[in-house]
Design a protein around this ligand. Structure first.
Ligand code: ADP
Length: 170
């Protein structure tokens, strides 16, 4: 049986924290489906296609390495449990950072488990160096002229640079 996991998120933009979770998750399942949120209520800095492209570039080296899952990058909208079911997933992967993440995830997991008992939510923690990274703060730092290179993969850093320039000249 092929074990499928889904990892849904906004990924605006993907950070080294997300990448860490993906890297770990890719060792646990046979296929990992990364769901890039289409209709984020968060009015994202990067539109959906940009986030999808960044993620594809990011995981290109991971996929296919021995012991790693096959990795798909696809749009995600609607309920997470429906997304998981559509991909025949048995694992719903989430990253856990702080207590704030925990409170929110605790409620979501409880409700998702009621709606889809066949899908198990699995929490992973990033390594210590990457635990504190949040997309929202990366964007703040970048907008304020700070150095964000330590928080995002090079592919994303390059995109952020271009995006900031286009926002400035707009
Ligand atoms: P969402 O809109 O679903 O919160 P995010 O892109 O913010 O989407 O996050 C997707 C998932 O990645 C969430 O489970 C989040 O907790 C997790 N995550 C984000 N940053 C980190 C990090 N630095 N370490 C571990 N997990 C993280």
């Amino acid at each position: 049986m092929m074990r499928v996991g889904v990892y849904p998120g906004t990924f605006d933009p993907p950070t080294l924290g997300h990448f860490d979770i993906i890297r770990r998750g890719a060792r646990l399942v046979d296929r990992l489906v990364l769901g890039i949120g289409v209709n984020s209520g968060k009015s994202p800095m990067f539109d959906f296609e940009e986030r999808l492209d960044m993620m594809k570039e990011l995981v290109a080296d991971l996929a296919g390495k021995p012991g790693n899952a096959e990795i798909l990058v696809v749009p995600f909208k609607g309920l997470v449990v429906d997304f998981a079911r559509a991909h025949d997933a048995i694992v719903l992967l989430r990253g856990l950072r702080s207590g704030t993440d925990f409170d929110y995830e605790f409620q979501m997991t409880g409700m998702n488990a009621t709606m889809a008992p066949e899908v198990e939510t699995v929490f992973l923690m990033a390594d210590l160096a990457h635990q504190a990274i949040a997309s929202s703060l990366v964007k703040d730092v970048a907008k304020l002229g700070g150095d964000y290179a330590a928080f995002v993969p090079p592919v994303v850093a390059a995109r952020l640079k271009t995006k900031l320039e286009s926002l400035k000249s707009a």
